[in-house]
Write a protein of this length. Structure first.
Length: 874
RNA sequence: GGGGUGUUAGCUCAGCUGGUUCAGAGCACCUGCCUUACAAGCAGGGGGUCACUGGUUCGAAUCCAGUACGCCCCA
C-alpha cells in the first residue's frame, strides 16, 4: 500500500467542508419530530480577525453542535457578527483619514455610506476564517446586528422600554477626549502610570481671617469649579471647622465645608475639594450633598467664562498659570510628587477629561431581579458554577445602563426634539411628528421642526437581543423558528462579558419573551501565552490561528486547544499542545493504514475472541465516562478520555493483540469486528476532529450519497463486562513486567523468552495466554507448582511469574530488588492493618470501604508470601 | 479598600460526594529500540512534605479558620 505514513490535513480539510456544505448538513429547519438543539454564536466584532480566543470558543461550540447532530437532534448553530460601533467607526475614520477625508467634513449619511462599504468589503473575514476551523454553523442563517430587521428590533425595544418607563435621560460622567471631541468607552481609555504632582492649597475660613484649611489636589486649575470642601466627620483636626465656610483662593467665592466618611483621613491632607463637574467621585459626592455643578471647561479642554479666571486658556496652560499665581499669593503650601494613573485616549493620546453630559439610560433593577434568580435557582446553569457568586454580586449592585454613544455607526436613538427642547420617542419620524403635535398642542409642527437625537445606541443594546432577534422574535413573535429554537440550549462565551452581555441577554429574555435565552452558559478561559500574558495584537504574542491550521491541520489545532482547557480556567497556550493534537491525528491515520492494509483469508479461524470481547467492553466503559463528562460540560476531560481510549486501548493494546504477523492475512471475523470498532472510535472522535474522521469514514468503506460521519448515529450506552476489563488489566501489567525484565536485562525484543506462572490467586490466565505470548513475545508459557531456580521473578495479583535466565542472573541485584519490594509491601500492609484494627474506623466507615480494606490486606499478604518464596529460592 | 478565586511533578493542568480510579495526565527528562501502521513512533523508567500553620474527623490534596503569595471583578 502506498499511502503516506504521515497524515496530510491540507489535502482533505477543504474537500470535506465543501462537501458538508453542499449536502446541507449544517442547515436546520424546525422539525417537530426531532428535539431542537440550538446555539447562537457570540457574534464576533465585525472588524475582527480570528484570534486564539475565538478558536477555543468556537471549537467548543462546534464540538457541542456536532455531537448533538449525531445524537439525532435538530442541531442549529446560528452565526453572525455585531456592528461594534466604536471599533468600526474608528476603523472607518482612520481609513477616511488616509484618503484625506475628515469625518467632520462629512454628513451623517455620507459617513454611513462609507461605513457600509467598509463593512461589505471586510466584515465577513472572520466568518470565513471560522469555516477553516470547521465550524458547522448554519451559514444560511448568518445575521448582522445592524441589518434592517435587527435594527428595527432594537428601535422597537427602545420605544417599548421607554414607554414602560425603563429608559430615561440623565446626566453622567463620561470619558471625554478633548482632542477627538468625543466620549470614549472605558475600553478605549488607556491608563498610564505616571508621577503626578499633588498641590497643597490654602483655603481661608470665612469670618476667621488668617485661618486656613489646606486641601490637596492634583488639578489646581479646577478650583474655580469647586462647590465645597469635604472632610471626614471623624477627623479630629477639622472638628472646629464643621459648619464653616471657606473662600476659594484667588477667586474668593465662598463654599461650605461638608462632612462625609468617604474622605480618607490619611490621604493628602484629609481635606478634599469637591468639583462635581470634573471628577466622578466628586460628582457623586455633590449629588449626595445636593451641591451645584459648575462646568468650567469647553469641548476642547479650554476654560470657559464660568471659570472667570484664565478664560480661554488650555487646561494645562491654566494649571501652570494658576500654580504660579497661587505661589505668589502665598497660598501654595507645598507640592508633592506621587505615583498616579493617567487616563489617556487610545486614539489621540490626549489626557481624558471626566465630563458630565446628558446620556440615555436603561433602568436595571426591575430587569435584574428575574435575571439574578434564574441563575441563582439554576434555571440557567453557569459552567463552572464558581461564576455564580460573581454574577450575583454584580446583579445585586447593578447600576443603570448608559446606552447612548456619541457616534454615528449604530442605531440612531429614536428620540425627536421639539423646538422647545422637549422630546418624543417613536419608532418612525411620522409617528414622532404625530406625538410631537399632540404633546405641544400645535398641529402646525412640521417634520423639519423636529430634530432626531444625534447619538446611537450602545452595541450591547443590539446584542442583548441576539438570541431572540436572530430568529426574528421581535418582528414576528410567533414565527415557527422562534417557537422551535428558543430558548436556545447552550451559550459558550468568555467570563469577561458575563455582565456586559450574558446578564443582559438573560434580562432581555425574561423581559421580552418571559423565558430564559438559554439553559447553560459555558464560560471559557482566556488564552494566554507561555508567560501568562493575555494574547493581544499590541504585544504581538499571539500566533496567527490560520498559520497554525495550515501547519498542523484544523483537527490538530482543535484538539490542541482543548487538551488543557478546563471550563473557566485560563489556558496557557503552548504550540506543543497543537503538536500533540497533530500527532494524535497521525496516530489515528496510521491505525487506519494498518487495518486497511490487511488481506482477508476467509478460511482462517478467529483467534481473537478474548481481545474483541475486551475492547468492546472497554469501549462501552469509556463511552459511559465520555458521556458523563459531556453532560457536565467537561469537554477537555471528554477529549482526554477519547484520546486515551483510542491511543492506549485501541492502538497500543487492542491492535497489537490482534495484529497478524507481517504479511500474514487476517481472519474475516476479526477484520469486520475491528473495522466496526474503528468506526465507533471515529464517531466519538468526530466532534473533536471532524476532518480526519470524515476522511477515514469514507476511506474505510464505500458510502452512500448521504451516508456521512457528520450525520452518523452517535453510539448508545451499552453494557460492559467489568470482569474482563479487570482481568485484562492484570494481564497488561504482567506484559509490562515482562517488558520491564527485557529492558532492565537488555534483552532484545525479538528474542523470545519463556514464562512460568505459579498461580496462587483466583485469576484465570487461560483465555489470555495467546495475548501474553504475543505482547510479551514468549516462546512458551507453562504453569508450575514450585518456584523456578535461576529465573527472574515478579509478583502480580498475588501470582508469581518466572522468566528463566539460563543462570545469567545477578543474584545480589535480584535479592535487593525483591527485598525493596517486600519492604514496601509490608509497610503498606501495616498501614492497612492499623486501619482495620482501629475500632472506630471499623464502626464508623461504610461497609464498602471496610471490605475494600480487607481486600487490600489479603492482596498484600499474598504478595508478601510470594515475594518471600522468591527470595528463598534465590 | 470590598468581594471572588487560586496555589498539586521541572512546565501546563486534572483530581467531582473526605476513604485504591489517590497522589494522576500530557509535555519535558533518563534508558533502550529506525521491531514492516506510526521516530509526528514503540517499550520501559525516574520525579511530588498536594503553599504554610492550626482545627474538624477513625481517616484530609479534598471540609473549616488563619497566614503568605498570585490572578480576576468592583471601587
Amino acid at each position: 500500500m502506498s499511502v503516506s505514513t504521515k497524515y496530510n490535513p491540507r489535502e482533505v480539510e477543504q474537500k470535506w467542508f465543501d462537501s458538508w456544505m453542499q449536502r446541507g448538513f449544517f442547515s436546520s429547519k424546525p422539525n417537530p419530530k426531532k428535539e431542537p438543539y440550538t446555539i447562537v454564536i457570540p457574534p464576533p466584532n465585525v472588524t475582527g480577525v480570528l484570534h486564539m480566543g475565538h478558536m477555543l470558543n468556537n471549537t467548543i461550540q462546534d464540538v457541542l453542535i456536532r455531537r448533538a447532530r449525531m445524537q439525532g437532534k435538530e442541531a442549529c448553530w446560528v452565526p453572525g457578527t455585531d456592528h461594534a460601533s466604536i471599533a468600526t467607526e474608528a476603523k472607518v475614520v482612520a481609513m477616511l483619514k488616509e484618503k484625506g477625508i475628515e469625518k467632520s467634513d462629512l454628513t451623517r449619511e455620507e459617513f454611513l455610506k462609507h461605513a457600509w462599504e467598509w463593512k461589505e468589503k471586510y466584515g465577513g473575514i472572520i466568518l470565513e476564517q471560522l469555516k477553516k476551523l470547521g465550524a458547522s454553523c448554519d451559514w444560511d442563517r448568518t445575521r448582522f446586528t445592524m441589518e434592517e430587521d435587527m435594527s428595527a428590533a432594537v428601535i422597537e425595544v427602545f420605544v417599548d422600554l421607554y414607554r414602560k418607563g425603563k429608559i430615561y435621560r440623565g446626566v453622567r460622567m463620561v470619558n471625554w477626549d478633548p482632542k477627538g471631541g468625543t466620549a470614549l468607552s472605558d475600553e478605549e481609555v488607556i491608563p498610564k502610570d505616571t508621577m503626578a504632582k499633588m498641590y497643597h492649597l490654602q483655603y481661608e475660613v470665612v469670618g476667621q481671617e488668617g485661618q486656613f484649611i489646606t486641601i490637596a489636589t492634583s488639578r489646581p486649575e479646577t478650583i474655580m469649579a469647586d462647590v465645597a470642601v469635604a472632610v471626614n466627620p471623624n477627623d479630629e483636626r477639622y472638628k472646629q471647622l464643621h459648619g464653616q465656610k471657606v473662600r476659594i483662593p484667588l477667586l474668593g467665592r465662598e463654599i461650605p465645608i461638608i462632612l462625609d466618611e468617604y474622605v480618607s483621613i490619611d490621604f493628602g491632607t484629609g481635606a478634599l475639594k469637591v468639583t462635581p463637574a470634573h471628577d466622578l467621585n466628586d460628582y457623586e459626592l455633590g449629588q449626595k450633598h445636593k451641591l451645584p455643578t459648575i462646568d468650567i471647561l469647553d469641548d476642547a479642554g479650554f476654560l470657559n467664562e464660568k471659570a472667570q479666571l484664565y478664560v480661554g486658556q488650555d487646561r494645562f496652560a491654566a494649571r501652570r498659570n494658576i500654580v504660579k499665581d497661587l505661589e505668589e499669593a502665598g497660598l501654595l503650601v507645598k507640592v508633592e510628587e506621587y505615583a498616579s494613573v493617567l487616563q489617556t485616549s487610545e486614539r489621540t493620546g490626549a489626557v481624558i477629561e471626566p465630563r458630565l453630559s446628558m446620556q440615555w439610560f436603561c433602568k436595571m433593577d426591575d430587569m435584574a431581579k428575574p435575571a439574578k434568580e434564574a441563575v441563582m435557582e439554576d434555571e440557567i446553569r453557569l459552567h463552572p458554577p464558581k461564576f455564580k457568586n460573581m454574577y450575583r454580586s454584580w446583579m445585586e449592585n447593578i447600576r443603570d445602563w448608559c446606552i447612548s454613544r456619541q457616534l454615528w455607526w449604530g442605531q440612531q436613538i429614536p428620540a425627536y426634539y421639539l423646538p422647545d427642547g422637549s422630546y418624543v420617542v417613536a419608532t418612525t419620524a411620522e409617528e414622532a411628528l404625530r406625538l410631537a403635535r399632540q404633546q405641544a398642542g400645535n398641529e402646525g409642527l412640521q417634520a423639519s421642526d423636529l430634530r432626531q437625537d444625534e447619538d446611537v445606541l450602545d452595541t450591547w443594546f443590539s446584542s442583548w437581543l441576539w438570541p431572540i432577534s436572530v430568529f426574528n422574535g421581535f418582528k414576528d413573535p410567533d414565527n415557527k423558528d422562534i417557537l422551535y429554537y428558543y430558548p436556545t440550549n447552550d451559550l459558550v462565551t468568555a467570563p469577561e462579558i458575563l455582565f456586559f452581555w450574558v446578564a443582559r441577554m438573560i434580562m432581555a429574555g425574561y423581559e421580552f419573551r418571559n423565558e430564559p435565552p438559554f439553559k447553560n452558559v459555558y464560560l471559557t478561559g482566556i488564552v494566554r501565552d507561555a508567560q501568562g500574558r493575555k494574547m493581544s495584537k499590541q504585544l504581538g504574542n499571539s500566533p496567527d490561528p490560520l498559520d497554525l491550521i495550515d501547519q498542523y491541520g484544523a483537527d490538530g489545532v482543535r484538539t490542541g486547544m482543548l487538551f488543557s482547557s478546563q471550563a473557566g480556567n485560563d489556558l496557557m497556550f503552548d504550540e506543543k499542545l497543537i503538536e500533540q493534537g497533530r500527532n494524535f491525528s497521525n496516530k489515528i491515520w496510521n491505525a487506519f493504514r494498518l487495518i486497511k492494509g490487511w488481506e482477508v483469508d476467509e478460511n482462517l479461524p478467529c483467534p481473537n475472541e478474548t481481545a474483541m470481547k475486551w475492547y468492546e467492553s472497554r469501549f462501552n466503559e469509556a463511552f459511559v465516562q465520555i458521556e458523563d463528562h459531556f453532560s457536565k460540560f467537561r469537554i477537555s476531560d471528554a477529549l482526554l478520555a477519547v484520546y486515551k481510549l483510542v491511543w492506549d486501548d485501541f492502538c497500543s493494546n487492542y491492535l497489537e493483540m490482534i495484529k497478524p504477523a507481517y504479511q500474514q492475512p487476517i481472519d474475516a471475523r476479526t477484520l469486520v469486528t475491528t473495522i466496526d470498532f474503528l468506526e465507533k472510535n471515529l464517531k466519538v472522535l468526530h466532534p473533536f476532529m471532524p476532518f480526519i474522521t470524515e476522511e477515514l469514514w469514507h476511506e474505510l468503506k464505500e458510502r452512500k450519497e448521504k451516508e456521512y460521519l457528520i450525520v452518523a448515529a452517535w453510539p448508545k450506552k451499552d453494557k460492559f463486562d467489568k470482569n474482563i476489563i479487570d482481568q485484562m488489566e492484570v494481564v497488561l501489567k504482567v506484559v509490562a513486567a515482562i517488558r520491564n525484565v527485557r529492558n532492565s536485562k537488555n534483552i532484545p525484543n525479538n528474542k523470545q523468552l519463556a514464562l512460568s506462572v505459579k498461580v496462587m490467586g483466583q485469576h484465570d490466565y487461560e483465555p489470555f495466554l495467546p495475548i501474553i505470548s504475543k505482547l510479551g513475545n514468549m516462546s512458551e508459557i507453562s504453569f508450575v507448582q514450585e518456584n523456578l531456580e535461576g529465573a527472574i521473578s515478579f509478583v502480580e495479583a498475588g501470582d508469581e511469574f518466572f522468566i528463566p535466565m539460563d543462570g545469567n542472573i545477578d543474584v545480589e541485584a535480584e535479592r535487593e530488588r525483591l527485598v525493596k519490594e517486600l519492604e514496601y509491601t509490608q509497610g503498606f500492609l501495616n498501614s492497612v492493618a492499623k486501619k482495620l484494627s482501629n475500632e472506630r474506623f471499623v464502626n464508623g466507615a461504610p461497609e464498602a470501604v471496610i471490605s475494600n480494606e480487607r481486600k487490600k490486606q489479603a492482596d498484600a499478604e499474598a504478595k508478601i508470601k510470594a515475594l518471600e518464596q522468591s527470595l528463598a529460592s534465590l
